[in-house]
Design a protein around this ligand. Structure first.
Ligand SMILES: NC(=O)c1ccc[n+]([C@@H]2O[C@H](COP(=O)([O-])OP(=O)(O)OC[C@H]3O[C@@H](n4cnc5c(N)ncnc54)[C@H](O)[C@@H]3O)[C@@H](O)[C@H]2O)c1
Length: 364
């Protein structure tokens, strides 16, 4: 259900541009949202998903593009925030290549103001195909000249974020006594389960696709459970690793965890939910601090950053979160408010130094 209109979102979050497109030949339909180019070209993944309408696809792109501005800035990347979504109409198997070729032309028309990469529903092979028609793409396979799938890097920063949050909130617990609930065992969630198990923790895991959790069948520290009621399970950490907008204010009284930290972008419906979690004593780790490993990995490919610098930025993510959590405790504030404030200060500094945002892009 659409809770706010496209113009309302564009206005309240001050997006620079939104382009809706439909290619009549291939049937490619979707949206590209550019939230900010204050720090550099907007970058964010390309999501292929079924949406009830182009309006809902546009709203998803707008929300995710804004999240990318915060994620890229907080990660120390010279990149702004953008996102593309294309609608899964059930005919991608027939038209995949021609649709990517049409999308590459869309990207070319933006002349580098938006750089794409993989997201839910797309992968390095899709990026390789796009790269035949445009240079504004990263996340290509290693064979295709890129750095490959960013999911391991994302799982790594999500894991270190969980470890940091545990040190802050549950320092008395030995890893063997920690139970983490991972909802969504896909590219990131699956790797996260393995990292948690390697660290000696126990895991409850659920996925709408039961086959995704089969590989842990019989593991003594893994409980494979259903998705129904998952967020209300008794856990130390709830790690949302499927889609966003999982927890709303009305859910908060039902949660039985101490920490929410995962890979999903925008896992809370709104910031009021973060406040409600805080009032219940549940620590919410800002998504854009936890899941930044992937964009550091593919952003580095786009910017030509060395492997050494990429590793430095990935390590810095853990220190940044420690600092934000310390400030939150000292100032008795919600961590996400502090993390957002830090990024907004950074963006204002760039605007006032004259890196003016680009004017709105002309619609297609
Ligand atoms: N891949 C990355 O590097 C990366 C980076 C940053 C953020 N993220 C975010 O992390 C999340 C997971 O990304 P991914 O690459 O692992 O995606 P994925 O598509 O590989 O995995 C998602 C998994 O969630 C499952 N799922 C879907 N809806 C569900 C539901 N309602 N309940 C339970 N399971 C459900 C799917 O079956 C799938 O196994 C997404 O929100 C994505 O935007 C991913």
């Amino acid at each position: 259900m659409v809770s706010a209109s496209v113009p309302q979102i564009c206005d309240s979050f001050e997006h620079e541009a939104l382009e809706l497109f439909r290619d009549p030949q291939s049937g490619l339909t979707g949206a590209i949202a550019i939230h900010s180019t204050a720090l550099g070209p907007a970058m964010g993944g390309l999501r292929l998903r079924s949406y009830p309408s182009i309006e809902e696809a546009a709203i998803d792109a707008l929300r995710l593009a804004r999240a990318m501005t915060y994620k890229n800035a907080a990660a120390g990347l010279a990149l702004g925030g953008g996102k593309a979504v294309v609608i899964d109409d059930g005919r991608w198997d027939e038209h995949r290549l021609e649709r990517w070729d049409a999308f590459a032309q869309r990207l070319n028309r933006l002349e580098g103001r938006y750089i794409t990469a993989e997201d839910v529903g797309t992968g390095p092979a899709d990026m390789d195909r796009l790269a035949r028609g445009t240079r504004w793409v990263a996340g290509r396979s290693e064979l295709g000249g890129g750095r490959g799938d960013p999911s391991s890097a994302t799982a790594h920063t999500v894991f270190t974020a969980i470890r940091t949050a545990i040190a802050f909130r549950l320092a008395h617990l030995h890893p063997a006594d920690v139970r983490v609930g991972v909802l969504g065992a896909g590219h990131v969630g699956g790797r996260l389960v393995d990292l948690l198990l390697d660290a000696g923790m126990s895991v409850d895991v659920a996925d709408v696709n039961e086959a995704a959790t089969e590989r842990w069948a019989g593991h003594p520290r893994v409980a494979r459970v259903g998705t129904e009621g998952f967020i209300a399970r008794e856990l130390d950490v709830l790690a949302p690793c499927a889609m966003g907008e999982l927890v709303c204010v009305a859910d908060v009284p039902h949660l039985r965890c101490a920490i929410v930290a995962g890979a999903a972008n925008n896992p809370l419906v709104d910031e009021l939910t973060a406040v409600a979690l805080d009032e219940r004593g549940i620590l919410y780790v800002p998504d854009f601090l936890a899941n930044c490993g992937g964009i550091i990995h593919v952003g580095g490919e786009a910017l030509g950053t060395s492997d050494l610098e990429t590793h430095r930025l990935i390590d810095a993510a853990e220190h940044r979160l420690q600092r934000v959590l310390r400030r939150a405790r000292e100032e008795d504030r919600v961590p996400v408010a502090i993390a957002r404030e830090e990024v907004e200060t950074m963006l204002r500094g760039h605007r006032s130094r004259g890196a003016a945002p680009l004017s709105a892009l002309a619609p297609a």
